[in-house]
Structures are given as C-alpha cells and as structure tokens.
Design a protein around this ligand. Sequence first.
Ligand SMILES: C=C(O[C@@H]1C=C(C(=O)O)C=C[C@H]1O)C(=O)O
Length: 363
Amino acid sequence: MSEAQELDQLRQQIDALDQQIQLLINERAKCAQQVAEVKYKYAEPGSLVTFYRPEREAQVLLNVMARNEGPLPNESIARVFREIMSQCLALEEPLTIAYLGPHGTFTQQAAVKHFGHAVTCAGQVSIADVFREVESGSAQYGVVPVENSTEGVVTHTLDSFYDSNLYICGEVTLRIHHHMLVKSLTDNVQRIYSHAQSLGQCRLWLDQNFPNVERIAVSSNAEAARRASSEVGAAAIAGEAAAELYELEVRNANIEDRPDNTTRFLIIGKQETIPSGDDKTSIMVSSRNQPGALYNVLAPFHEAGVSLTRIETRPDHSGTWNYLFFIDFEGHKNDQRISPLMQRLRDVAVDFKWLGSYPKAVL
Ligand SMILES: C=C(O[C@@H]1C=C(C(=O)O)C=C[C@H]1O)C(=O)O
C-alpha cells in the first residue's frame, strides 16, 4: 500500500468513528433533556428548579478519568467531557455566569474551565458586582478569585461573604502564567501596568529586569493590556487571553516568580450542593480577642480528625480587634463525621456562618 492509501484507510476509520461519537453525544444530550423534563415534573409548583449539579459533574469527570486507558491523558479526555456536559446542560438551561472582568481576565478563563463554552459569561467591574449580579438573579452563578499560591488571599472576596447570602458551590484552580506584553517589540518600556496581585506574583523578575521602571496597579490584567495597546512606552503584565484580545506581542514569557503559580477561584450561587464524596467545606467563624479563642475554634477539628485546608484571619466589622476566621476543611457539612463538628463550632463561636460545601476541583 502507498502512503496515500494507508492514510485514506485511517481517515475512513476516523470518519466512521466520528459518526458513532456524534450519534452517542446526541443520545447523551437527549438524556439530559429528559433529566430536565423529570425535574419539572416533580418540582413543587412555583419552586425554583435547579439544573446545574456541581457534585454530579465532578463525579462524571472523576469516572471519566478513572476508566481512562489512553492514549489521551486523563486531563485531556476529562476536558472533552467537560465540554460535552456544558453543551448538554445548556439544552436544559442556558446559564449566565458573572465573573470578575473585563473580557480576557484569568477569572474568565476560570469560568470557562469550570462551566465549559456553552455558557454566557458576563464580565463585572468588581468582585462586589459579581456577588450583586448573582444575588439579583441576573446571573445564576458567579466566579471570583479567592487565593493565589504566591500572593495569598484576595481579601475583597472573603469580605464579600460577610453580608451575602450566597453559597460557595464549587472551586476551580488555574495555573497562572504571566507575560510581559508590548505593542511593539522595539518600543522602550517606560511604564508597566498590571493588577496588584500580578505585580506581586512577578516581583522578583521585575526587580531583576526592570528595577527602575514604574509599576502601576490597575483594576485588572485585561485593563493593563488595553492600556499597553494604546499608550506609547507602556507594557502590561497579563496572560495569553489578554495578549490575543489586544493584539500585543509577548516580550517575555512566563515571568511569574514561582513556576507553580496557581490561583483558586470560587463558584458562588444560591443553591446548596449535595455531597459528591470528595468535598470541601468553607465556614466563617468569629471569636473574641481573648486567650484561647483560636484554640477553641480549632480544637474540635483536631478531635474529629478533620484536615484544615486553609485558615485566614480578617478583622471583624462588628468590633475593633475582634477577628473573623475563614476556614476551609475536608468534607461536606452533611457527612456523618462533619455534622457533629459543625454543631460544636456553632457552640464555641461568637458568630458562625456556613459558606458552602462543594466538590473539590477536579481539573
Ligand atoms: C444531566 C444532568 O444535568 C446537568 C448536566 C450534566 C451532564 O451533562 O452530565 C450533569 C449534571 C448537571 O449539571 C443531571 O442532573 O444529571
């Protein structure tokens, strides 16, 4: 057989497989449509029907990875299924997702990574606006950054939970690569724009390479890219999406100080998520500034053998020098091991707020 004949044969095989895959994907989509019909059939009159099920989606992706035999790596095949579920869910209910914008931010990338491409993403100018859009019902879910592995916590996000009735219903992590972007590679860099978080994530690199150039913090990386595209002598630190959007050149790639630079984002919404089997819980606890206060909050975790994944302290708005602790731990509030722990925490804390139990990030 000639090369052309061999290739032709393989392409015929691919065409036949594609035909089967397409049929099966549409069969799957029909099932999702039927899921919606069943939900409507059994819904209480006047009640809100929820179609998006974060715990089910996490299980589907984990199953995909568990049975994968390659040659596609687990993460690649899971991404394909992520997209199939996104399209199936859109047949049940088209979703609008509010995110910390504008167009081209890492938060938008996180929204697409978590929900796939079949949702409408609505960029907001602030974290408070993301919360407002979801509270008002203009968007069903919101995506906000909460912590970065290099720069630490995003305080605006934590503080927003104080007055909000929204729950955390998911999390997503994103590896963050920053680039130094310019309109023209021959331009002299006189100013560097970026979000304060990103300037922090590239501090050492900037100190070494641009020690005497002014660094200007702006509202987002996308805004930095917009300025770099319109001001002579301006550069931006931002990601690939912003570079493409504003047609900028990459002067220096991957300039983040830590190669594992990762940001964690939260999905916020009005619904409580049921256990997936591999969950996390976030709570907010306040205690008085008195000896043993933090110990009293942490001892129940130790006694129940529950691992904390994060603890943050914020000033409590209710009184000077009172503290709020934001605590993330393993497990779901309805797990047998966790529900008595939640009760103990309610007993020892001055204030206690459950922010959500949700599946751990899969991808
Ligand atoms: C099909 C369902 O609805 C949605 C779509 C899913 C899918 O396509 O697999 C999974 C969970 C839900 O977000 C369901 O509830 O099972």
